[in-house]
Structures are given as structure tokens and as C-alpha cells.
Design a protein around this ligand. Structure first.
Ligand code: MLT
Length: 258
């Protein structure tokens, strides 16, 4: 499906039927991140998979923020006819978006699944680095980011073909969309104080070997969100739904059954 919302053209897919799950990908990825878990998650649920603006089939705009991503997701849910609380699933930058979603629209959230993500904002040095990278991406292309990220996304056991596929997806993503997302992440708020406000059932998932959002970040979230569950995926790094789709799907199904 393709919808126009404000200045954006947003693509999303729907799989299956049942209570809705909205799955939000990370940076600089696309809804394809969920391809390996889609059949599992859509067996008993309606899985809604958008491409955030500037990624996949969704058109890039020069500016973005966590707020604009959230408003886009709300528009996707409205277009998909979802008016009941939804389970939100987000990986990494997708998780940063979910914290903003929770702050703005807690009444629309039935449950949260925070995969390979973290609550704190960037340090000033990290934010500065992102702004420099954004300028470089606009001048030289998105392979700048693909080159710097590909070595950190997957555990050493991941297949070369999988890495090559995702290198290509990252390297060919829109420089305008990638730069906008880098600036959006650099200016995102610290969500640490948001964690104790989360009152919906929450599952935290992380790959044991994730160097980007390490296990310690997930343990911090687990301690701060009362009643949350923590699932650690062995032999996986940052791309858990692609690296270990079976374990990822099982963790989500178990959580949703409870
Ligand atoms: C992501 O996977 O979304 C990014 O690595 C998150 C980040 O760079 O902070």
C-alpha cells in the first residue's frame, strides 16, 4: 500500500489477520528487516510493516525527526483501519521511534517489543559524528554508512550472502533519507526517564553479541520497565530477526500469548 501523508509518501505491507502488530525497522534498513519473521508473526496477528520515510519504497524528505516518524506511523495505522491499541515492535532506531510514540500516544499502545535498542540520547560527540556523516552521505552516497555499519550488524556466524544483501540495501538507500535519519537520531531526546512511565506489557529482545546496542543497554531497560521480559538471542548481534528468526519469533509469540 502507498499513502500520502503531509509531505511524505509512505509504503506499508499487511500480512495476516488478528490483533495488530506494527513493526518498525532500524537504520538504514527497511521493512524487509521483518521478512524472515513475517510468516510466523502473522499466523495469529495482523502484521503491519511500514517503510519509514526515506527508506525502502517510502519517499525521502530532507528533514525528519522522531516526531515525524511517529506521525507517519499514526497515519499508516489509520489507513490500515486500526483503531484499537496496537503492539509496537521496533528495532534499534525503530525503538527510538517507539519511545516517542509512547510519549505522544500511550492510549494507542497495547504492548511494546523493544529489539536491539537503547534509551539514552547520543552523547554530544556521537551526535556531532552523525551530523558529519550526514554531510558526507549527501556528498558521497549511502555506501558511506553501509561501509561503517556492515561489520557490526551481524554475528561472525552469519552467512556471507545475508551480509551482502544488506550491504546492498544500505548502500542503495536514499542519501537524502539516510542524512535526514542521522540528523533525527542526533537530536532525539533521552528516553531514560520514559522507561518507568511504561505501563503496558513490554518485551525486550537483544542479540548477545550486539556491539551497537549491547546487552547492558537492554538490561538497563529491563530493570527500569516494571514487569518487562528480557529475551537474549544467542549467536546473534544487531539484526536478530534476520540472524535468528526462529528464536526471535518464539520470543515474540510467547510474550504475546501471555
Ligand atoms: C539502527 O540500527 O537503527 C542504528 O544502528 C541505531 C543507531 O545508530 O543508533
Amino acid at each position: 500500500m502507498m499513502i500520502t501523508h503531509n509531505d511524505a509518501q509512505l509504503y506499508y505491507e499487511v500480512h495476516g489477520a488478528g490483533n495488530p502488530i506494527l513493526a518498525v525497522h532500524g537504520f538504514p534498513l527497511s521493512g524487509k528487516l521483518w521478512a524472515e519473521v513475517a510468516s510466523d508473526l502473522s499466523r495469529h496477528h495482523r502484521l503491519i510493516v511500514p517503510d519509514l520515510r526515506g527508506f525502502g519504497h517510502s519517499r525521502a524528505t530532507p528533514e525528519a525527526s522522531m516526531q515525524t516518524y511517529v506521525e507517519d506511523l499514526v497515519a499508516v495505522l489509520a489507513d490500515a483501519g486500526v483503531d484499537e491499541p496496537v503492539t509496537l515492535l521496533g528495532l534499534s532506531m525503530g525503538g527510538y521511534v517507539l519511545f516517542e510514540f509512547w510519549r505522544r500516544y500511550p492510549e494507542k499502545v497495547g504492548a511494546l517489543i523493544l529489539a536491539n535498542t537503547r534509551a539514552p540520547a547520543d552523547t554530544p560527540t556521537a551526535a556531532e559524528g552523525r551530523l558529519t556523516t550526514a554531510t558526507k552521505v549527501l556528498a558521497e552516497g549511502s555506501q558511506v554508512v553501509a561501509d561503517s555499519m556492515i561489520g557490526k550488524l551481524f554475528a561472525p556466524t552469519a552467512e556471507e550472502a545475508l551480509k551482502a544483501e544488506w550491504y546492498s540495501i544500505m548502500a542503495t538507500s536514499s542519501p537524502v533519507g539516510v542524512a535526514a535519519a542521522l540528523r533525527a537520531m542526533a537530536s532525539r531526546p533521552d528516553s531514560t526517564a520514559t522507561l518507568p512511565t511504561i505501563t503496558v506489557p513490554t518485551l525486550i529482545i537483544v542479540g548477545r553479541e550486539d556491539p551497537i546496542t549491547p546487552l547492558s543497554d537492554s538490561e538497563t531497560m529491563h530493570r527500569a520497565i516494571e514487569g518487562s521480559m528480557l529475551a537474549i538471542i544467542e549467536d546473534a548481534a544487531h539484526m536478530t530477526p534476520l540472524e535468528s528468526p526462529g528464536a526471535f519469533g518464539m520470543a515474540v509469540q510467547q510474550f504475546l500469548r501471555q
